[in-house]
Unconditional design. Structure first.
Length: 200
């Protein structure tokens, strides 16, 4: 695709804020491929990624009155795209075909040495994160993830309230998320792994 001519971002955003559809189309053409690349990395599905790109830019158009306040559009776009992608992934994981699609992706990592290494590294980091949890959080996490007990069963087993179990589990998951995100460069892979495993 032919490179687009440079443009005055501030002026372009100001025009879009006024409802200029031509300016908005230029913004879309300038940035859509970046968002598509991020979306397809997360979803492993070109079709879903294309839908996400369209949704992201619809959000930007609907909130166009905020654009003159944006100092760096790339950062603004990334935040909107990341939040939308994660929200969409959480919803789509409730759909059996999409869940199977992502699970198949992780199963196929055995055929890809690079992905296999990332998967093993992430599994190792999860275990290290669990080992650093406070004893009660570690126990509740283990009963939930390793033994498959639900919150009510854990509460009965430990003679504590269900709300206490929920609180400890939420704190444990937050700690694991933070640990993973601070210790791996493969952000997209790690976040996708976290979503699959229920950390997000």
């Amino acid at each position: 695709m032919q490179a687009l001519e440079p443009y005055d971002e501030i002026a372009l955003l100001a025009d879009i804020a006024k409802g200029d559809e031509t300016a908005f189309r230029r913004l879309f053409e300038q940035h859509w491929d970046n968002i598509y690349g991020v979306a397809v990395t997360f979803t492993k599905s070109p079709q879903v990624a294309e839908e996400m790109v369209q949704d992201v830019f619809v959000k930007i158009w609907l909130q166009r009155e905020n654009l003159p306040l944006v100092k760096k559009f790339n950062d603004y776009l990334f935040i909107i795209a990341r939040n939308h992608i994660l929200t969409t992934l959480r919803k789509k994981l409730k759909e059996q075909p999409f869940t199977e699609h992502l699970l198949n992706f992780f199963q196929e990592t055995a055929n890809n040495p690079e992905d296999q290494l990332l998967y093993r590294e992430t599994e190792y980091l999860v275990q290290k994160a669990v080992e650093q949890l406070p004893p009660q959080q570690q126990l509740i996490y283990t009963l939930s993830r390793n033994q498959g007990l639900n919150q009510e069963e854990i509460a009965n087993k430990l003679a504590i309230s269900k709300n206490t179990v929920k609180s400890h589990m939420n704190k444990a998951l937050q700690s694991i998320r933070n640990y993973l995100q601070n210790r791996t460069e493969a952000e997209a892979f790690t976040i996708l792994y976290c979503i699959i495993k229920g950390f997000f």
